[in-house]
Design a protein around this ligand. Sequence first.
Ligand code: BGC
Length: 403
Amino acid sequence: MRLLHLLLGSTWLLASCVPRRPGAASTGATQQAPGVSAPAPLPPDAPVAIHRVSEIEPPPVAVASEPVPGFMRGINLGNALDAPQEGAWGVTLDEKHFEMAKAAGLDHIRLPVRFSAHAQDEAPYTIEDSFWKRVDWALDQAAARGLSIIIDLHHYEELMKKPAQHADRVVGIWKQVAERYKGRPASVAFELINEPCNELKSALLNPIQKRAIAAIRLTNPTRLIIANSYFWAGADYLKELELPPDPNVIASFHDYQPILFTHQGMPFMPAEFQTRGIVFPGPPAAPVTAVEAGQKLDWVSTWINSYNSQPIATNANGPNAIFDYFKIVEAYIKSSKRRVYLGEFGVSDNADPKSREEWLRVVRKEAEKRKIGWAIWDDGGKFRALNVALGTWVAPIHAGLFE
Ligand code: BGC
C-alpha cells in the first residue's frame, strides 16, 4: 500500500502539469476572538472524517536536516508582490502582515516577488525603481521586527515555458537583486526560482540555477540561497538537483500531498481536481463520487476508491501518505548531506476546517521533527491564514501550526 501511495503521488504530479494561479479571495472570518477568528459553523451536510490522525503512529525519524537558524517557522506573504501588479489579487502588503507574523511567534517571512513583470525585456533587464522600493520596504518591515525574510523569485511563467530564451534574463535579475541587497544582514535570503515546472526540467534548471548562484556569489559570498526542485518543488525531484558544494545553498521542496485533497475544487486546477467534500484523514463517513473527468482517469478513480474504502492505515488520504512523502525528503538529506527547507504547504478553504487543521498539523510536525524549516502558504487568497483587517488568524490554520 505504501507503494501505491508513492505511485499515486508521482502520477498526480504528471497529471497536474498546469499553470497555477490563485483563486478569488475567500470571505474570511465573521467573528473576532483574541488573535484567532472563531471557527465558522459547519453546514449540516458537511463531510466528516470518521478517524483521528492519532490512530496512526508516525514512523521514526531516520535522518534529520541541520536546522537553518532564523528560517524555521514562517509564512508566505503571497498574492501581493507576485501578482501581475500588487493588489490585482486582492492583497496589498501592510505593516500588519509583519506584525501578525511576529506576534504569532514566527521567525521569518517568505516573500514571493514577480520580478519578471517589473524588469526590462532586454539586457541589462533593469528593474523598475518603484518596484524596488516595495521590496526594500518589505525587507525593512521584516528587519524592524527581527524577522528574517526570503526574497523568492515567483511566477516567472515565461521562464517555465521557454527556459532557453529567459535564462540570461533570470540571471540578470539575480545580479541586480544581489547587488542591491549585498549590504543586508544574513537574515535576508534569496530563493532562485519558485516551483520550476513545465519545460524548466532539471536538465535545463540546473545550469540556470548554477549561473544565478555564481552571479550572486560575486557580491554575496555567504548569503543563504534556496533552490527549488523541478515539478513545483516536488520532493521526488530533489535528487535531480545539481548544486555547488556550498554550505549556504540549501534545497527546497513543497508539500501539497495528496493534491486531490489540498487542491480540491481549485479553479486553477483541471477538471479532474474538481471533486469536493474530501476530508482528511480518509475514509469519509459517506463516500464521495468523483467528478466525471476524474472517473475517466485511472489515477484519480484509484485514489478516490482508496479514499472511500480503505482503512485509515492504508487510505490514500491518510497520514501515511504524508509520512511517505517525508521519507523521500529523508532519502535526499541522507544522500546529499544538504540542508532542506519546506517553502510552501497548505490546504485551500474548499476543504472543511477540521481536515485542514489535522493535515497542517501532521505536515508541520513531520517537518519540525526533522529540523526542516517551514513556511505556510499563505496570508491571502484561497489559502488565507490571516484576516489582516480584523487582526486575526483563521482558526484551523492557527491550530494546525501552533497547537
Ligand atoms: C502558487 C499559488 C498557489 C499555491 C498553491 C503557489 O506556489 O504561486 O498561486 O495558490 O502555490 O497551489
